[in-house]
Design a protein around this ligand. Structure first.
Ligand code: FEO
Length: 400
């Protein structure tokens, strides 16, 4: 392909790839729009630097792009911002093509390179604030541990204002035709950035806040993440704001209702709660059947809305398995600044509600009084209790 297709600005090129085949990211998270693995090449008068590689399945395509830009010119530096194999997977093969290259990473990065790939050789071990001059471009390194792994760092190019941010500000979804936000259809990236954050980075709110403090005032003009579009113009402020919001668990006043239901009784109670919330002016009310919606979409909406109401029948003396798995994922993400309400059902022995209450008390969410439990089918008194639970949730949200 023509070199000009890949140009971002002033010697910076996009050399990433699109994956439209992988069904599940990390073998867990659905990819309805695919995913991109982004890598960037900086071609300067004195030196050439590559920032991150790509999934090894795309090595050949990746190398073709690089060669179409620099031909046989040598690459001086391979900067590794993040070691997860969706980005570092081509490192070993790449090193065989460029054995004299200098690998740039921090102490943890270099250890992981040896551990994963057995690659050693020329390297520069950077610390926070370290710089490398390519001639025209002056690169600054900022350690941003746990966004998303402990070795994660970001690279800032002073010349162009390009921030190579690793997974931060990334989104699921392939880049179709181009890679700069102004030149492609970005309609699915807003939801897919939130879903990416909720699934991949959502546990690390405090590290994200620490990272934002380091980089937000650098004068960023381009955000070059490892997944999704290159963000420019007002989108830079917008995606930084979005990350700031999500990492503070700052959400809107909607409610996510999620339930498990084998024969429709728990679902019926979910409908009652939803109708009362809507009647009280709460919007949106999002209802998910745990058996029919992948948990990643539910987690996404938990990072969008402050209210969460969870319903489970008792199943073999436990919480319904899909709901149990959801609770675990919510705990891992240390969800804060949320209200949580609970409802449950059982046929002969109650267990799910007691277990869910014990779970809720261990979280940082505020448990709404009046958890509801019904035996077998819902009667009038249980329906009234479900309405009261919805009213209490609405009151909390409307007064918060
Ligand atoms: Fe896209 Fe944490 O790797």
């Amino acid at each position: 392909m023509k070199q000009e297709y890949f140009s971002i600005q002033d010697g910076i090129y996009y050399v990433g790839v699109n994956d439209r085949k992988k069904p599940l990211f990390e073998n867990m998270w659905p990819l309805p729009y695919g995913v991109s693995y982004n890598s960037y090449l900086i071609v300067d008068d004195d030196k050439v630097a590559l920032i991150d590689t790509v999934d090894v399945a795309f090595f050949e395509q990746f190398m073709k792009k690089i060669h179409s830009i620099i031909g046989d010119r040598k690459i001086d530096y391979l900067i590794i911002n993040h070691m997860e194999p969706d980005h570092s997977g081509s490192l070993k093969l790449f090193h065989e093509f460029y054995p004299d290259i200098t690998i740039v990473g921090n102490r943890l990065t270099l250890g992981m390179i040896k551990g994963y790939y057995g690659v050693t050789g020329n390297n520069i071990q950077v610390t926070d604030g370290y710089t490398i001059d390519l001639g025209h471009h002056n690169l600054h390194f900022y350690l941003t541990p746990m966004v998303h792994w402990p070795e994660t760092m970001m690279t800032f190019d002073e010349q162009t204002g390009a921030l190579f941010s690793g997974d931060a500000f990334g989104a699921f979804g392939t880049l179709n035709g181009g890679f700069i936000d102004t030149k492609i259809d970005t309609s699915y990236f807003n939801d897919e950035m939130t879903r990416y954050y909720a699934c991949i980075v959502g546990k690390y709110g405090t590290p994200v806040q620490n990272a934002l403090k380091k980089v937000k005032d650098l004068g960023i003009k381009y955000i070059c993440s490892t997944h999704g579009p290159v963000w420019t113009g007002s989108n830079v402020t917008e995606v930084i704001g979005n990350y700031d919001r999500m990492s503070r668990y700052d959400t809107g006043n909607g409610v996510v209702i999620v339930y498990g239901s084998m024969y429709g009784h728990t679902e019926e109670m979910a409908e009652v709660i939803a109708a009362e919330l809507a009647a009280k002016g709460i919007s949106p009310v999002k209802i998910y059947d745990i058996s029919h919606t992948h948990v990643s979409y539910i987690l996404r909406d938990v990072f969008n809305y402050k209210g969460l109401i969870i319903g489970s029948p008792t199943y073999s003396g436990q919480i319904y398995p899909g709901i149990e798995a959801l609770l675990s994922k919510l705990s891992i993400r240390e969800i804060k600044n949320h209200y949580v309400g609970l409802f449950s059902s059982y046929t002969w022995a109650s267990a799910a509600l007691r277990r869910m209450i014990a779970w809720a008390k261990e979280t940082n969410m505020e448990l709404i009084d009046g958890s509801v439990e019904m035996k077998q089918a819902m009667d009038e008194s249980e329906e009234e209790k479900a309405i009261q639970l919805a009213d209490r949730m609405a009151e909390k949200l409307l007064n918060s």
